[in-house]
Design a protein around this ligand. Structure first.
Ligand SMILES: [Cu+2]
Length: 700
């Protein structure tokens, strides 16, 4: 996202400094600097519609930005590897959550979710990470059934003068638990008309330690960088940005293979400007991904002759044009957007069998086109309304596939022929509706109520996986899956209630929600004997097939805090969600258990210290269908601190998991690697005691 978005008037409402200081948990120096820029898109009156994660409290050495989601109410992360964090919000994850990077939807390249959107902004380059609370406005994305999150990378900003002023930022960090280091650098040059910047980061870590040994493979190696330019004159601004990501050997112990490399180019362009009473915004972006993964570079294959490699490539083109203008006691935003994605993936065996190949996906296309209208304003004194409607058309199709065994193996031949003879088009019409009411009961108490209908068309894996494989966008349940070309879209009916109570001494913002999902897409036991035969030969006699079922998700999440004295404060987050099938008696898979965290902070002008407690309850509401195992609860303690040594030099230090506790987070996957200190079939344990330090130098 380009900086003009922070000041443009298209539906952005600056919230009061009081609310900002209340809802941003920490009150650290870094954050205080960012406060004046903060705006809220969405609700207008009572409470924070967006939860902005406090980056200052979290170490720069955490390589994966998705890890920070645990700090937002209702949010969490499904972890399959150190750089492979899949965003979860209120029990939905993967394609269901609209995760935007600089306002873009990245067309990711890993058919098993190895490069989720947040993997494209390394922690060291992250400027902000926001979670829209509750039902996401229809303007926030094409498909937002599971909510919207926004990650924004550092960028350059215009200043007020004619002469160019430089600014720079360098950070260095290290952590003991995985012997890792992080390097980040950002430089910018700007005047009132031009701005330009260049940036880069590198992170490298070894297999991390837990109290009983090491998790193998959990090493990582990522380089990410780019350049950007912006021009503004007379109220019009254009921005351009190019980013390149190169991930090399990185473990994903919960998946059948590890990352060999991920090579991604991202091109962004954006326009903002005013035409009379109309604020116009447009963006066009493109990305391509070249990706290889295998089961022999970082681990031993399950059997010596079973070496496998998967090469995949994807590219995506996205656009958006919207215009906002005053209408009644509010503003109307009209827009159109689109996302065109293409995917290919082929499994080979370059080590033991050069003839081996399976086209898992060939020339798969998923094109979404949308249009929306959203009005936001006051409908009475102390009553605010956001009302939006959207239509999105999603067209998916696939090319023909082939398998090297089709000529010899009648079962594979049957599956291949069935798929190639089928009409592979799947077209969906999604109508979304959202209404959010806000009521200011008093200056300290506000209520909100919201309802929405949201849709999601099936993902390409759910439609076009024709041969039983573990290709599920990172479910990591160890099951073979096949798709179904005739899947219907999912439709969620959701309602939520919340209140925001703020006083100078404390605040609390609970939200409760209930969501019924008609035609929820879930793997159910495959019944086609040919599928079962091929899957059995492939190691899983009980494959699943993507199907439309029904589901319910409900829960409560909140942030809260208390100001204990002028220097002491206590802030926390609690999240609870329950996910159930509605057609049979079963639970949804990989749902975060009840969890919470609280930080006791002591803050002075130039330094702060925080003692953080994190607690997860046991999860015994597990999915029988996905053979999900239960997990035990646990508690962790972390100690963090920061100091500004000089005006421009800051040091952050900390120790995480102080008591070196052995624990397994429910959302970390099941270990599939034999040559690890974790038994195969056990949930991957969390990291042991970790000391970290980062040093950041800013020049501006
Ligand atoms: Cu992959």
């Amino acid at each position: 996202m380009f900086p003009i978005r922070h000041t443009a008037s298209r539906g952005l409402i600056t919230i009061s400094p009081l609310l900002i200081s209340i809802f941003s948990a920490g009150t650290h120096a870094e954050q205080a600097r960012q406060l004046p820029e903060m705006t809220v898109e969405g609700e207008s009156v009572a409470g924070p519609a967006i939860f902005q994660i406090d980056l200052e409290q979290a170490p720069v050495t955490t390589p994966d930005a998705a890890e920070l989601l645990r700090r937002a109410p209702g949010a969490n992360v499904n972890r399959n590897g150190p750089l492979t964090g899949i965003a979860q919000y209120r029990g939905m994850y993967g394609d269901r959550v609209n995760v935007q990077v600089n306002g873009m939807n990245i067309t990711t390249g890993g058919p098993n979710g190895m490069d989720p959107p947040l993997s494209y902004i390394p922690r060291a380059q992250l400027e902000s990470l926001e979670v829209i609370r509750g039902i996401a406005p229809v303007s926030s994305g094409l498909e937002t059934i599971g909510g919207t999150m926004k990650a924004t990378a550092r960028t350059s900003h215009f200043n007020s003068g004619d002469s160019f002023t430089p600014s720079a930022d360098v950070s260095v960090g290290g952590a003991t638990v995985d012997s890792s280091y992080t390097l980040g650098a950002f430089g910018a040059l700007a005047n009132k008309n031009h701005r330009m910047h260049i940036y880069g980061s590198k992170e490298k870590g070894d297999d991390y330690e837990f109290p009983d040994g090491k998790v193998r493979p959990s090493e990582y190696d990522r380089k990410n960088g780019g350049i950007g330019y912006g021009f503004q004159d007379n109220g019009h601004e254009v921005g351009l940005n190019y980013r390149h990501n190169r991930t090399d050997d990185t473990g994903t112990p919960s998946l059948p293979m590890d990352i060999d490399y991920i090579d991604t180019n991202i091109f962004e362009s954006e326009y903002n400007g005013a035409f009379g009473a109309y604020d116009v915004h447009g963006q066009v972006f493109y990305n391509d991904v070249d990706h290889k993964m295998n089961n022999y570079s970082l681990r031993n294959p399950p059997m010596p002759m079973m070496t496998r490699q998967n090469k995949s490539s994807s590219d995506g083109l996205g656009y958006r044009v919207d215009a906002g203008f005053a209408l009644g006691a509010g503003r109307l935003l009209l827009g159109t957007d689109g996302q065109l994605g293409k995917h290919d993936a082929t499994v080979t065996d370059p080590i033991n069998n050069p003839n081996f190949y399976v086209e898992a996906y060939n020339n798969v296309k998923r094109n979404a086109f949308g249009a929306f209208a959203e009005w936001e304003g006051n409908i009475a004194s102390n009553w605010g309304l956001l009302l939006g409607g959207r239509y999105t058309r999603v067209n998916s199709t696939s090319g023909d596939v082939s398998h090297f065994m089709a000529g010899m193996n009648p079962a594979i031949n049957t599956l291949q022929t069935q798929f190639n003879d089928a009409d592979k088009d799947n077209n969906q019409n999604n109508f979304d509706l959202v209404a959010k009411f806000d009521h200011d009961y008093s200056s300290r108490l506000g209520f909100n109520i919201e309802a929405g209908i949201k849709n999601r068309a099936p993902s390409y894996q759910q439609l076009y996986l024709w041969v039983p494989l573990q290709s599920t966008n990172g479910l990591a349940d160890g099951k073979n899956y096949v798709g179904d070309i005739d899947l219907n879209k999912e439709t969620a009916y959701e309602a939520g209630l919340g209140l925001d109570w703020n006083t100078p001494r404390g605040y609390i913002s609970p939200r409760i929600f209930y969501r019924y999902v008609d035609d929820y897409i879930q793997g159910t036991p495959a019944t086609d004997p040919t599928v079962i035969m091929v899957s059995t030969a492939n190691g899983d006699p009980n494959p699943l097939q993507w199907s439309n079922v029904d589901a319910r998700l409900y829960g409560i999440d909140m942030n809260w805090g208390a100001s204990l004295s002028s220097h002491w404060s206590l802030d926390g987050v609690i999240s609870y969600v329950r996910g159930k099938r509605d057609d049979i008696s079963d639970n949804l898979y990989r749902i975060a258990p009840l969890n919470g965290s609280a930080t006791l902070s002591y803050t002075r002008a130039n330094w702060w210290v925080g003692l953080e407690g994190v607690a997860y309850a046991r999860q015994d509401d597990v999915s029988k269908t996905n053979d999900e195992t239960e997990s035990a609860g646990y508690g962790l303690a972390n100690l963090r601190g920061g100091i500004e040594l000089m005006h421009n030099l800051a040091i952050n230090v900390g120790v995480e998991n102080i008591f070196d506790k052995q624990y397994q987070n429910h959302l970390s996957g099941i270990n599939r690697v034999a040559d690890s200190d974790v038994p195969v079939g056990e949930r991957v344990p969390g990291a042991g005691r970790n000391y970290y330090a980062t040093l950041q130098y800013r020049f501006n």
